[in-house]
Design a protein around this ligand. Structure first.
Ligand code: OFO
Length: 168
């Protein structure tokens, strides 16, 4: 495995684990606000992010590289309203998309076709992640200040299940 590619993948493992940490922090925040559906949704998202990190981890060893785990920053504790939480999630996913795109650029520069092929899954996944967050934001905006609406949305978000995700 090329050294620059190996270093970049190690940084991406850190970014995916950082995503997991962020979503877990959002879960804890929602839990404290009695938004149990949001908390459950965020915990599943945190698990997904760890799976994203582990896919990169596996790729490193499949291609003869070496994993070096990097430190994670402490996540935020206070996320504001339910709208603020999902807006922060969308902003974060846009950042991750730009990191995946940079990895793809590196794969092209290095003419690393296996890495290019491997990254395609992440490119598609980022489209899905951004679109999911944007859809939830649109729903929250529709609901406005309605307590009943927030209650219903929280319930709906709580119905997301980890099994369904991995079956997709
Ligand atoms: Fe790993 O996709 Fe979100 O961050």
């Amino acid at each position: 495995m090329d050294k620059a590619v190996n270093d970049a993948v190690n940084k991406q493992i850190q970014a995916e684990m950082d995503s997991a940490y962020l979503y877990l922090a959002m879960a804890a925040y929602a839990e404290a606000k009695d938004l149990n559906g949001v908390a459950s949704w965020m915990k599943i998202q945190a698990q997904e992010e760890m799976e994203h990190a582990m896919k990169f981890y596996g790729y490193v060893y499949q291609t003869g590289g070496e994993v070096e785990l990097l430190a994670l920053p402490k996540p935020k504790k206070d996320f504001g309203s339910i709208l603020d939480i999902f807006e922060a999630a969308l902003d974060h996913e846009k950042l991750i998309t730009s990191k995946i795109n940079s990895l793809y650029e590196l794969s092209m520069k290095k003419k690393d076709y296996a890495f290019q092929s491997f990254l395609k899954w992440y490119i598609d996944e980022q489209v899905e992640e951004e679109s999911t967050a944007a859809d939830i934001i649109a729903q929250i905006k529709m609901i406005g200040d309605s307590k009943e609406g927030i209650f219903m949305l929280d319930k709906e978000l709580g119905s997301r299940s980890a099994e369904e995700e991995s079956a997709e």
